[in-house]
Design a protein around this ligand. Structure first.
Ligand SMILES: Nc1ncnc2c1ncn2[C@@H]1O[C@H](COP(=O)(O)OP(=O)(O)O)[C@@H](O)[C@H]1O
Ligand SMILES: [Mg+2]
Length: 302
């Protein structure tokens, strides 16, 4: 995909190169946030800087699979092959922050802390388009307050995110950078978004193998909700073929995602499909209410 930058993007590049720090990109859905993030990473790396990306968009993520917050560090003129190496991920378990603000914020903070520890010169935080209305504004406000960014980069069609920006106008002054939208932005339909997510999951699980986990000593976190919003008993939940789960180590780090294939209750054995090789590292399973059926699964099972 060829990125056609606005002239304002080069001014932003110069500012970030000089000032450095944390920049959070804000805007509604389809405003060009991720494209701007890619442009900034590529060009700041080209200028010799070490750039971290926290991809907090759990729906249309480009770093890591959907339902996760991704983090990676780039330096020196990366090719997109390098960029797309497996990032570190934090499993949120949903493709929208609605109904899961606390874990979404926890994951974003966790990855931002990793970005700080990596010694990156600049940290770019890409976000979901969930920003309009009271709930969207509240989520973004909490995110900004938690991450203390140096720059708020605002992409808006007209004035739709001004109610959020005005909360920071006093303290941020010239640190709020308002950018017009590119006429290159191509809005995507719900169906295109769904297909994008399915492809991202397929890509993530393409080298998955079937693994067996004895769950006796495994901690189980989270819950599975049925379509009515009621919590399913664990034994029922684990029987859902295609249930998406997070596999975590004993430091609460997401090692990988898994998809439940079947559960043999008498043996306490859960069969899962996962790209994780060392299943022994898994100490906690984090449940979700997402179902994922990777297309390529049949080729991986024997
Ligand atoms: N400056 C640009 N040059 C070329 N294509 C763009 C540009 N900005 C956005 N697009 C296209 O528009 C679509 C939506 O942009 P995206 O950055 O994913 O938006 P957002 O992250 O805000 O949802 C993408 O398919 C992207 O390729
Ligand atoms: Mg995006």
């Amino acid at each position: 995909m060829e990125i056609i930058p606005l002239k304002e993007w080069y001014v932003l590049l110069d500012v970030l190169e000089k000032e450095r720090g944390v920049a959070i990109i804000l805007g509604a859905t389809d405003t060009g946030k991720s494209t701007l993030a890619k442009f900034l990473i590529f060009n700041l790396c080209k200028r010799g800087l070490k750039v971290a990306l926290v991809d907090a968009d759990i729906g249309q993520s480009f770093l890591g699979p959907p339902t996760t917050i991704g983090f990676s560090v780039f330096r020196s003129d990366p090719t997109w092959e390098i960029v797309l190496l497996p990032p570190e991920i934090f499993f949120v378990g949903s493709t929208t922050p609605e109904g899961c603000f606390p874990i979404h914020l926890k994951g974003t903070k966790r990855m931002a802390d990793k970005a700080h520890s990596s010694g990156a010169d600049i940290i770019i935080i890409d976000t979901t388009g969930f920003i309009l209305g009271d709930a969207g504004r509240e989520l973004k406000k909490r995110k900004i307050d938690l991450l203390s960014p140096n720059y708020l980069i605002a992409l808006q069609k007209s004035f739709e995110i001004e109610p959020l920006l005005e909360l920071y106008q006093k303290n941020f002054h010239d640190k709020i950078i308002r950018l017009p939208l590119s006429d290159q932005v191509k809005p995507r339909s719900m169906e295109e978004r769904r297909i994008y997510r399915a492809n991202q999951f397929d890509d993530y699980f393409k080298h998955a193998t079937l693994q067996e986990l004895i769950i006796e000593h495994i901690q189980i976190e989270g819950e599975v909700l049925d379509p009515n919003g009621d919590i399913l008993p664990i034994d029922w939940a684990l029987k859902i073929n295609g249930l998406l789960i997070g596999l975590k180590d004993d430091h609460d780090e997401t090692l990988a995602l898994g998809v439940v294939r079947n559960y043999i209750r008498e043996k306490g054995m859960l069969r899962i499909s996962t790209p994780l090789r060392d299943i022994q590292e898994v100490k906690t399973i984090q449940l979700s209410s997402q179902k994922v059926i990777p297309l390529c699964e049949d080729q991986n099972f024997n």
